[in-house]
Write a protein that binds this ligand. Structure first.
Ligand code: C2E
Ligand code: CA
Ligand code: CA
Ligand code: CA
Length: 279
C-alpha cells in the first residue's frame, strides 16, 4: 500500500519534482536565451589526415542558464524542439556562423568551411530554405563553405518532404552530411535514396579501435562503400593515436575529436588555427 511504501513514494516525488523544476527553469531560460544572449558557439576542428591539414570546423551550440549554469546541447536541444523554439535557435546559429565566416574572410583568413547541425524538425519548417537563402545573400556566403549535418531521425516522419528539401540545398551547393552514421537502423537505405555527400561515422564505432575486430570491419566496409559511391567520410570522436593511425591506413580522409582538439571559442580558433594556417 501507499502507507507502507511511504518513504519510497516521497523519495520519488521529490526526485520528480526536482526534475520538473529543472525542466521548467530550462524552458523559461531557453525561451529568452536568444534575446538575452545566453547562447554562444564553439568550433571543433575537422582535420584532413591524408593531406595533414585543417579542413574546417563543426560548430556546436552552448547554453548558459543564469542559475543552472552550462547545460549540454544533448539536454537543451530536445527541449527547444519540444517548446517550439528550435527554428528560432537554428536561425540564430546560422546567422552567427555566416557572420563569423564573413568576418574571417574579410580579415584575410579565407573561406573557412563550417559544418552546422540541423535538427530534424528544422527541415520541416516551410521557411527554412528561404531563411538559408536570405542569410547567405546577406553575408555573401559561398555555399561550398557550409555543410549541414543531419541525423537519420530527420527521415522518420516525412521522408519525401525531407528528400525534396535536401535536393534543393544540394542544388544550392550546400554539402549534406549524414551524422552519427551507423548508429541508427536504416543508414544504408538513406544513403541509397537521398542526396548525401558525406557520412560521419559514429563515435561508437571509433571507440572499438584498436581491439574490437567487428567495429574495425564495419569501419573498413563503410570506407569502401563510400569510396565506391564517390562520397566523403569523416570519423568523429578520435581520441587516440592508435585510432588515428588505423583510420589513416584505411584511407579515411577526415577526422574530428579530442585527439586534435576539443571544441574551441572563436578567439581560440583564431589564435591556434587560422593565423598559423594549419594544425
Ligand atoms: P554531435 O553532432 O554528434 O556532436 C559531437 C559531440 O561529441 C559534441 O558534443 C562534441 O563536443 C563531442 N565530441 C567531439 N569530439 C569528441 C571526442 O573525441 N570524444 C568524445 N567523448 N566526445 C567528443 P556536444 O557539443 O555536447 O553536442 C552534443 C550533441 O548536441 C551533438 O552531437 C548534436 O547532436 C547536438 N548539437 C550541438 N550543437 C547543435 C546545434 O547547433 N544545433 C543542433 N540542432 N544540434 C546541436
Ligand atoms: Ca554533428
Ligand atoms: Ca555526430
Ligand atoms: Ca555521435
Amino acid at each position: 500500500s501507499k502507507e507502507k511504501r511511504g518513504g519510497t513514494y516521497h523519495f520519488y516525488t521529490k526526485e520528480i519534482a526536482e526534475k520538473m523544476d529543472r525542466n521548467i527553469m530550462l524552458e523559461d531560460g531557453l525561451r529568452q536565451a536568444v534575446s538575452l544572449g545566453h547562447f554562444h558557439l564553439v568550433y571543433q576542428p575537422q582535420v584532413d589526415i591524408q593531406e595533414n591539414q585543417l579542413a574546417g570546423f563543426e560548430v556546436l551550440l552552448r547554453y548558459t542558464h543564469p542559475t543552472i549554469g552550462m547545460v549540454s546541447p544533448s539536454e537543451f536541444i530536445p527541449i527547444c524542439e519540444k517548446i517550439g523554439i528550435i527554428h528560432e535557435v537554428t536561425e540564430w546559429v546560422l546567422k552567427e556562423v555566416l557572420k563569423q565566416q564573413k568576418k574571417w574572410k574579410d580579415t584575410g583568413f579565407g573561406e573557412i568551411p563550417i559544418a552546422i547541425n540541423i535538427s530534424p524538425t528544422t527541415l520541416e519548417n516551410p521557411s527554412f530554405l528561404h531563411i538559408v537563402q536570405s542569410l547567405m545573400k546577406q553575408f555573401e556566403t559561398n555555399p561550398t563553405s557550409i555543410e549541414f549535418e543531419i541525423t537519420e531521425d530527420a527521415f522518420m516522419h516525412n521522408m519525401n518532404h525531407v528528400k525534396v528539401i535536401l535536393g534543393k540545398l544540394n542544388l544550392m551547393g550546400i554539402k549534406i552530411s549524414l551524422d552519427d552514421f551507423g548508429a541508427g537502423y536504416s543508414s544504408l537505405k538513406y544513403l541509397k535514396e537521398l542526396p548525401i555527400d558525406k557520412v560521419k561515422i559514429d563515435r561508437s564505432f571509433i571507440k572499438g579501435i584498436p581491439e574490437k575486430e567487428r567495429e574495425k570491419a564495419i569501419i573498413e566496409s563503410i570506407l569502401e562503400l563510400t569510396r565506391r559511391l564517390k562520397g566523403e567520410v569523416i570519423c568523429e570522436g578520435i581520441e587516440t593515436e592508435e585510432q588515428l593511425l588505423f583510420l589513416k591506413e584505411q584511407g579515411c580522409q577526415f577526422v574530428q575529436g579530442y585527439y586534435y582538439s576539443k571544441p574551441l571559442s572563436k578567439e581560440e580558433v583564431e589564435k591556434k588555427f587560422i593565423t598559423q594556417g594549419l594544425i
